[in-house]
Ligand binder design. Structure first.
Ligand code: GLV
Ligand code: MN
Ligand code: MN
Length: 411
């Protein structure tokens, strides 16, 4: 039995509609009305596929098919359902849809697993609303403190707990998931880069995920009149921020070895055409396959920022996320490759330059990821697209691996 491509396409198409920016890609921020619409759709489908639906205190969604073995740990399949601003229809959503399709196949084939199957849809992987990223998985595994969470707010000052209340997510349900209740985590994701398309191989079995950090930099200066303040009397926060940002590509290429640095978010205050900016807040995202390069780059970026201090300028840096490179489980990688061989679907091994919730889960359980090609290597933009045939093949591979992992004999 192979995955139903039409059903998969329909899920993608419907989830794609839950966006705050119709016609300009998917913008589905965590705890927004679009989150609520997608959440309701995912839960409805989970019920249709005979799963028992629950939400945890962060609003992560779980659909469970009980196993025959008492108190056995679950095999979890899924991904995240938030998006970046003006992103695509596949990043995260594809992996959630794969989970739904695996559940549909279990139902259609009347499969009764020995180990429970859990389909998961995670919140705030991107960090687009509350910063940092991987919040759903980190919160689920107890890595966010209740204290941190109480004061967590978006850029408009809206507290996460208030945004949750608006869509009936209940933080009082927060409870750390016991790692002993998880046997494995599998995720299909689009590659988000050009390698699979260029090599014309439709499946990538992920070996490792890059290490990454995200800094939030604040540059504080002095506001003033744009027409009357002489150039030598200014403490312009934006000019200082621009010096820093313009030097980042040089630090990345100097470090080499595939190190990348990006500023993707920048807020200027008070943001008036005739006012000298008194404050700029921007992100610095640093990644590399080797931890030493991430650490070196962080040090150099910090030195660069501190050099701007003086003449009325003060800088500060908050590290919002740090996660070292992670290798995925070798036995799950072998299982995914065996399933691909068996189905005669060509595959290769690949590394991920994007962060994924599997980075968090891999400290607690065996994790595996399958990539499918991204058209023109594009992602985090409205043009993001993957072939539904590849998505269906990837789903069948995950389904075969899940069948094996939920059987009584495997340990
Ligand atoms: C998520 O897409 C990330 O890599 O930041
Ligand atoms: Mn993403
Ligand atoms: Mn993603």
């Amino acid at each position: 039995m192979t995955a139903n491509q039409q059903r998969i396409e329909q899920h993608i198409e419907l989830l794609n509609r839950f966006t705050a920016t119709p016609g300009a890609g998917v913008t589905r921020l965590t705890y927004s009305q679009e989150d609520l619409q997608a959440r309701n759709y995912i839960k409805e489908k989970m019920v249709e596929y005979d799963l028992t639906v629950t939400e945890d205190g962060l609003g992560n969604i779980f659909g469970k098919l009980e196993g025959a073995l008492p108190d056995a740990p679950s095999v979890i399949v899924g991904s995240h359902f938030d998006s970046v601003p003006n992103g695509g229809a596949y990043d995260g959503a594809a992996g959630v849809v794969v989970g739904l399709e695996v559940a549909a196949l279990f139902k259609e084939n009347n499969l009764k697993p020995a180990y429970p199957l859990e389909i998961i849809a995670l919140v705030e992987e991107e960090g687009s609303r509350f910063g940092g990223g991987l919040m759903g998985s980190r919160g689920m595994m107890g890595l966010l403190t209740a204290e941190d969470f109480k004061t967590l707010a978006d850029k408009d000052g809206i507290l996460a707990v208030d945004a949750m209340a608006d869509i009936w997510v209940n933080p009082a349900k927060a409870k750390k998931r016991d790692p002993k209740t998880i046997k494995a985590f599998l995720e299909l994701h689009i590659e988000q880069g050009p390698i699979l398309e260029e090599t014309n191989i439709q499946i990538g079995v992920v070996e490792a995920i890059v290490g990454l950090t995200q800094l939030e930099v604040t540059v504080q200066g002095q506001a003033g009149h744009a027409g009357t303040t002489p150039m030598d009397r200014r403490s312009d926060a934006l000019v200082s921020a621009a010096h820093i940002i313009a030097a980042l590509p040089g630090i990345a290429s100097g470090e080499g070895q595939g190190t990348v640095i990006t500023t993707g978010r920048l807020n200027v205050f008070p943001n008036g055409a005739n006012v000298i900016p008194d404050k700029v807040v921007f992100s610095v995202d640093i990644r590399s396959g080797k931890e030493e390069h991430v650490l070196n780059a962080v040090r150099k970026v910090e030195e660069l920022i501190v050099q701007q201090d003086g003449n009325g300028i003060r800088t500060s840096i908050e590290q919002q996320l740090y996660i070292e490179p992670k290798e995925l489980d070798s036995s799950i990688r072998s299982l995914l490759k065996e399933a691909s061989d068996h189905l005669e679907i060509p595959y290769c091994s690949i590394n991920s330059g994007a962060g994924h919730d599997a980075m968090v889960f891999s400290d607690y359980t065996a994790c595996g990821m399958v990539f499918i090609p991204s058209k023109d290597g594009l992602s985090h933009c409205p043009e993001e697209w993957s072939d539904p045939g590849h998505l269906a093949d990837g789903t069948t591979i995950i389904y075969e691996a899940v069948k094996r992992l939920t059987e009584a004999k495997t340990t």
